[in-house]
Structure formats: C-alpha cells, structure tokens
Design a binder for this molecule. Structure first.
Ligand SMILES: NC(=O)c1ccc[n+]([C@@H]2O[C@H](COP(=O)([O-])OP(=O)(O)OC[C@H]3O[C@@H](n4cnc5c(N)ncnc54)[C@H](OP(=O)(O)O)[C@@H]3O)[C@@H](O)[C@H]2O)c1
Length: 288
C-alpha cells in the first residue's frame, strides 16, 4: 500500500529531543495507511532553545497536532492556550490539538499506562503498593493513573527530591485519601520499600538508548519474584533493568504497549478515529 501526499494532507507529528529511535512515526503512519486517511505523521527533533518557536510554528503551519515527548512534557505547558482537566491536574502534556490556531494540551499517557498495566500486565491496581523511580513528566502521569485506580501506597524515588515532593503536593490534593511518600534514590530505602511492593515502575530515562548499560536501580538483588517490574522505556525493548528483573524471576513489561495505547488516544483526538489497541500493538510488534 502506498501513501500519497497531496495538497489536502494534514500533518501530525512528535516533538522531542532525542527522537531518532521513536516508534511513534511508525505506529501512526501504519494506522494512517490501514485506514487510508489523508494524514502524515512526522518526527520533529527540537532543541530546548527552539521550543517556543516550534509551538508557535504549529499554529503558523496549520499542523493538526503533535505528541510531546522527553523532555518537554512539562515545559510545553506555558505555550498552550488551554489544558484539558487531567493534563492540568497532572502538570504534564503529551498531546497537543490545534483547532484553528487554538492549542489544547492533553495527557493520554494516563490511559496508555493504565491500559497496558491492566491488559498486558494483568495487574489489578486497587489496594496494591508501588515504587516509582523518577519524578519527571511521565512519572506524573503514572502516579495520577495509579491514584485514579485507588492504589494503597506509592513511594516515589528521585535523584532530585524536590521534584518528587512537588508531585506529592500537586497530586495528593486531588486524591485526599492517597498515601504518597518520597525518597532520594538510595539503596536502603529502596530495599525496604521494594520488598513490600507489588509494582516497580521505572519512569526515568536511565537505560534508554544509546546509554543502554545504565540502570536506575543500584543493586540487582533488590528485585524479587513477587513484583511486576515495568520500564516505560521501549528502546531497547529489554533494558538492563528488565533483564535483571527477569533474572530474579519477576514478571516484566516494557514501554511499547503504553506507547501504542497512548498513541491511539492521541490519534483519536486529531482524527476522530480510534483503532483497536491490540491489533495495532500486534502490527507494531511484527515490524518494530
Ligand atoms: N512508553 C511510553 O509510552 C512512554 C511515555 C512517556 C515517557 N516514556 C519514557 O519515560 C522516560 C522519562 O520521560 P519524561 O518525559 O518523564 O522525562 P523527564 O520529565 O525529563 O524526566 C526524566 C526523569 O529521569 C531522571 N533522570 C534522568 N537522568 C538521570 C540520571 N542520570 N540519574 C538519575 N535520574 C535521572 C530525572 O531525574 P531528575 O528529576 O533528578 O532530573 C527525572 O526523574 C523517557 O525514557 C521516555 O521515553 C515512555
């Protein structure tokens, strides 16, 4: 099947810093082909100094919408005209929709994470305990998703403790019964908390290509078989973090299902069409 670009083709895409390895163009262009839509999804590699001009460019070039990825999910907010309610609460945006020059920010990572955890990880969130590594834009969506599903306890570990504290402060106001504690990335606290947890999620960028020899956990003995280990990274498909978790006989899940499910939600916001998630995931697994 060949795709034709013509004068009516609508442009969508992804804005990020190191996006050479992003699978989003592949996912979205496969959906476009399958449904014969007159859209085209492009990668936009953007430096931080050009972020303002880039967002203005969405309006100027009449781009229908974009995904926002690492590391601009929080930084982009100040340039938008409006935020959808959950994106406002989370304080991070992964999707922009351009309606005749009016830019609205959404966060589809929440639904992407939740769906991947429930459907691919077969994990029931309610009344469980989780350890979250990282406190950036993705961590905000992950914590929000877990709180929405009434998780019992969340421990956030981050290099910059202030950012973890800020997530706790921002999100616990919307979930008064939540139990969130925050820690620096140190081994003893990690050991105590991981031992008692059912879910361990890496939301940091540590281990992402090209720096594939890195891992956010200081000691692989911290993994145990009774925990589901989730890495939001999908390139490489199996990070060192996940390989070590598997050696400890833990079940693991990588970032690909989340990427596909959040992408489908974004696609729906731009086009009004929502493909079936499992079907797209299967196509992407075969060609990625
Ligand atoms: N699968 C998916 O659909 C999906 C969706 C969203 C994000 N992601 C992935 O999630 C990751 C994070 O994305 P993001 O948007 O949250 O990025 P971000 O806002 O820039 O946050 C990055 C996080 O990683 C931590 N970090 C980075 N380098 C570190 C280092 N050397 N040592 C310790 N901590 C370090 C940061 O700690 P500090 O706060 O101390 O800087 C922060 O917590 C990326 O790999 C992204 O590709 C995947």
């Amino acid at each position: 099947m060949k795709k034709e670009i013509n004068g009516k083709t609508k442009i969508i895409g992804v804005i990020g810093k190191n996006i050479e390895n992003s699978l989003s163009p592949l996912i979205h262009n496969q959906i476009i082909l399958k449904y014969s839509l007159n859209f085209c999804y492009l990668p936009f590699q953007v430096t931080e100094t050009n972020l303002t001009k880039t967002i203005q460019g969405i309006k100027a070039l009449n781009i229908r919408g974009v995904n926002i990825t690492f590391p601009y999910k929080e930084k982009v907010i100040e340039f938008l005209d409006e935020l959808e309610e959950s994106a406002r609460r989370i304080g991070a945006v992964n999707t922009i929709v351009n309606n005749k020059g009016f830019l609205t920010g959404y966060n589809t990572d929440v639904i992407g994470f939740k769906k991947s955890l429930q459907e691919d990880g077969k994990f029931v969130i309610k009344e469980k305990k989780a350890v979250i590594l990282g406190a950036g834009g993705a961590a905000r969506a992950v914590v929000y998703a877990l709180l929405e599903e009434e998780i019992e306890e969340i421990c956030i570990f981050n290099r910059t403790l202030e950012k973890a504290k800020k997530i706790k402060q921002d999100l616990s106001s919307f979930f008064p019964k939540s139990h969130i504690s925050v820690f620096p990335l140190e081994k003893e606290d990690l050991k105590n908390k991981i031992e008692k947890s059912h879910l361990l999620v890496n939301t940091t960028s540590i281990g992402m290509a090209p720096r594939v020899d890195n891992t956010p956990l200081p000691d692989e003995k911290l993994f145990h078989p009774n925990i589901l280990v989730y890495d939001l990274i999908y390139h490489p498909a199996k990070t060192l973090f996940l390989r070590q978790a598997e050696r400890a006989e833990a079940n693991v899940i990588n970032g690909l299902p989340m990427l596909v499910y959040q992408g489908i939600e974004s696609f729906y916001l731009w086009t009004g069409l929502k493909p079936e998630g499992k079907e797209v995931l299967e196509i992407v697994r075969q060609i990625a």
